[in-house]
Design a protein around this ligand. Structure first.
Ligand SMILES: NC(=O)c1ccc[n+]([C@@H]2O[C@H](COP(=O)([O-])OP(=O)(O)OC[C@H]3O[C@@H](n4cnc5c(N)ncnc54)[C@H](O)[C@@H]3O)[C@@H](O)[C@H]2O)c1
Length: 259
């Protein structure tokens, strides 16, 4: 029996990058997965790829693409309703959606105010709204796993990315507070803080390979972090094996931020 057989997971922002890797890994271990993504085309592509791979291996779970904007409360409600209608419940929520791809490094004085607001709306408010939408289903079953994706930047505080750094710091703090509010209901909230992972979004942020190497030099392990290095920690935090790991933010960054 696979680790997530019979479990239903929602992964927000799963149309590309790390979110896609999380969704595929959960499905490969038996979960039925909702690809909750603002980009409908990429959501469908990921759902199709998972369905195909499950068919080929005969072991994976099902996938459903649901166009979701995590900044919109109604869209978050629809996301949960679609999951329950199709799969019967929700056991796992991975709050992964964020504004990251397309960001540029700039001095703090120069950020566009609309971009600041957008980063906060998706990365912070979106985490709250998706959690709020899913919590009634989890409360009813007195069990659930919610993993909020922050970042190692919340601990390091790198320069020139203030809105993003601030948003991920907020996710770390929210994880602690939500874990306390939801613990009474058996809902386990944890955080995952990946390091500089070489997704397309990171390559767009750091197009100069020398800059990428420079950041990597800050790690204990001089190896480029890839999604497959982060996925095992995410799976652990989603599984019952971590049921007594609550309110913690796990840093998976090859030893960049040492706490
Ligand atoms: N790649 C890294 O180095 C790294 C490091 C630490 C943390 N993270 C975090 O991991 C997560 C994924 O990283 P990534 O590199 O795959 O980033 P990414 O920008 O490629 O992926 C983010 C996804 O979220 C989706 N999204 C954006 N706004 C949305 C909205 N309003 N509603 C629903 N979906 C929305 C995007 O369409 C995209 O598919 C993000 O939370 C990011 O901040 C990434």
């Amino acid at each position: 029996m696979a680790r997530f057989d019979g479990k239903v997971a929602i992964v927000t922002g799963a149309g590309q990058g790390l979110g896609r890797a999380y969704a595929e890994a959960l499905a490969a271990e038996g979960a039925s997965v909702v690809i909750a993504e603002i980009n409908e085309g990429s959501a469908k592509d990921v759902a199709e790829a998972i369905t195909l791979s499950s068919g080929e291996t005969g072991a994976g779970g099902a996938a459903l693409a649901v166009r979701t904007d995590v900044t919109d409360p109604d869209s978050c409600t629809d996301m949960v309703r679609a999951a329950v209608d199709r799969f019967g419940t929700v056991d796992i929520l991975v709050n992964n959606a964020a504004i990251y791809d397309g960001l540029h490094m700039e001095a703090f004085e120069d950020f566009d105010i609309a971009e600041w607001d957008r980063v906060m709306a998706v990365n912070v408010k979106g985490t709250w709204l998706a959690t709020r939408a899913v919590s009634p289903v989890m409360k009813e079953k007195a069990y659930g796993k919610i993993v909020n994706v922050s970042s190692t930047v919340a601990y390091i505080g790198p320069p020139l990315l203030l809105h993003y750094v601030a948003s991920k710091g907020a996710v770390v703090a929210m994880t602690r507070a939500l874990a306390k509010e939801l613990g009474d209901y058996g809902i386990r909230v944890t955080g995952l803080a990946p390091g500089m992972t070489f997704t397309d979004a990171t390559k767009n942020l750091l197009p100069d390979p020398i800059m990428g190497d420079m950041f990597m030099e800050m790690q204990c392990l001089k190896e480029k972090l890839q999604p497959e290095h982060v996925v095992p920690a995410l799976l652990f935090l989603c599984s019952s094996e971590s049921d007594f790991v609550v309110g913690q933010n796990w840093v998976v960054d090859g030893g960049m931020a040492l706490q």
